[in-house]
Write a protein that binds this ligand. Structure first.
Ligand SMILES: *Cc1c(COP(=O)(O)O)cnc(C)c1O
Length: 352
């Protein structure tokens, strides 16, 4: 607390990121990072970009990266926006596209950064409860709103919506921007990018953090109608003209171009997820359906907080959220098979 803070700063409740322990022997299954790391081609490109050219500002429009992403998705470059992680892209989306007076709608259980941006930018919001089975009920979003945002698959549940459900919401809300946050779509959900040419009110957010093993590089993107993208560019150029540095642009271009590595690593994550699901079932856990790189699980006899504490004593970190509706659950990131074997062995000792 300081008298020098503005009233706004006093009123903020900042987002709390998952723990990042100092490198060591912990098995880190708490923040949905990709266990396989970036493509070797991306690392080579970053090394090459670490040159005397760093004295020069980067391309403010990130032209090379926007065109690599456009090519990947079959879009035009003017349908692509990039930023310093999708968290920054989301900040510009809330500020520039969801700030219309009427409340922005999002699920009661979802990515906890959304209410933080609403507070930062003075945006009214309304939380729409998930169904009892933790599915998003899109029919409940057909009410007055200043925009709609949800992750698909949702976080931290992992449940995904089908594209026809999203298309029907887009038709029912032609005057609202509908933002689909696809941080985890690479692990098994259908991408709404396929709907962009048909719906000018759709904005899709993605990130290289999880899908491409590049959380440390901070590269996020948005895809949509060129007018929506133009709005985001106006906000970006009123905030920071150079959100992506030279290393990030070079690494991201190479990562996006290496489709084989992306397909190989996400297939491995999805296979490990199903193997972990089966093993957790053997240990009597209830496991929600997941199209993401994590599982949301509950045990009928052991409190989630206690399991998380016992895992930590064994140097394994998972995420426990203290929300009334989710306090009985743990969110477990899909690691390597060796990491998951250690997890399964530890859980066997704890609940078995
Ligand atoms: C991880 C995550 C983000 C943020 O990703 P960055 O690009 O690393 O900032 C955004 N939305 C959801 C739902 C996420 O899980």
């Amino acid at each position: 607390m300081s008298k020098y803070w503005s009233p706004k700063v006093h009123a903020l409740t900042p987002y709390v990121p998952g723990e990042q322990p100092a490198a060591g022997t912990v098995i880190k299954l708490n923040t949905n990072e990709n266990p396989y790391g970036p493509s070797p081609a991306a690392l080579a490109a970053i090394h090459e970009a670490a040159s005397d050219d760093l004295r020069l500002y980067p391309d403010p429009e990130s032209t090379a990266l926007r065109s690599a992403l456009a090519e990947f998705h079959g879009l035009q470059s003017d349908q692509v926006f990039v930023g310093n992680g999708s968290d920054e892209v989301l900040a510009h989306v809330f500020n520039g596209l969801l700030n219309h007076g009427a409340p922005v709608l999002f699920p009661d259980i979802t990515y906890s950064f959304y209410p933080v941006y609403c507070m930062l930018y003075d945006i009214a919001s309304e939380k729409i409860p998930l169904r009892d089975d933790f599915a998003i009920a899109l029919a409940d979003y057909e009410r007055t709103n200043g925009g709609i945002i949800f992750p698909n698959p949702n976080a931290p549940t992992g449940r995904a919506l089908a594209l026809d459900e999203i298309a029907s919401l887009l038709r029912s809300a032609p005057d609202s921007v509908v933002v689909v946050d696809e941080a985890y779509t690479a692990f098994g959900a259908d991408s709404a990018v396929a709907l962009i040419d048909e719906y000018d009110n759709l904005l899709v957010i993605q990130t290289l953090s999880k899908s491409h093993g590049l959380a440390g590089l901070r590269v996020g993107c948005a895809f949509g109608n060129a007018d929506l993208i133009d709005g985001l560019i106006r906000v970006k150029n009123s905030f920071n003209s150079y959100p992506l540095d030279r290393l990030a642009i070079a690494g991201a271009v190479a990562a996006v171009a290496d489709r084989d590595y992306y397909d190989m690593t996400r297939a491995k994550v999805m296979a490990s997820r199903e193997r972990l699901r089966a093993a957790l079932g053997q240990l009597q856990f209830t496991v929600l359906p997941s199209s993401a790189n994590f599982l949301f699980v509950q045990h009928p006899e052991h409190a989630a907080g206690e399991i998380a504490g016992a895992l930590r004593e064994r140097n394994i970190i998972v995420r426990h959220f203290d929300h009334p509706r989710t306090k009985d659950y743990l969110r477990i990131t899909i690691g390597t098979d060796a990491e998951l074997d250690s997890l399964i062995e530890a859980l066997g000792a704890i609940v078995g």
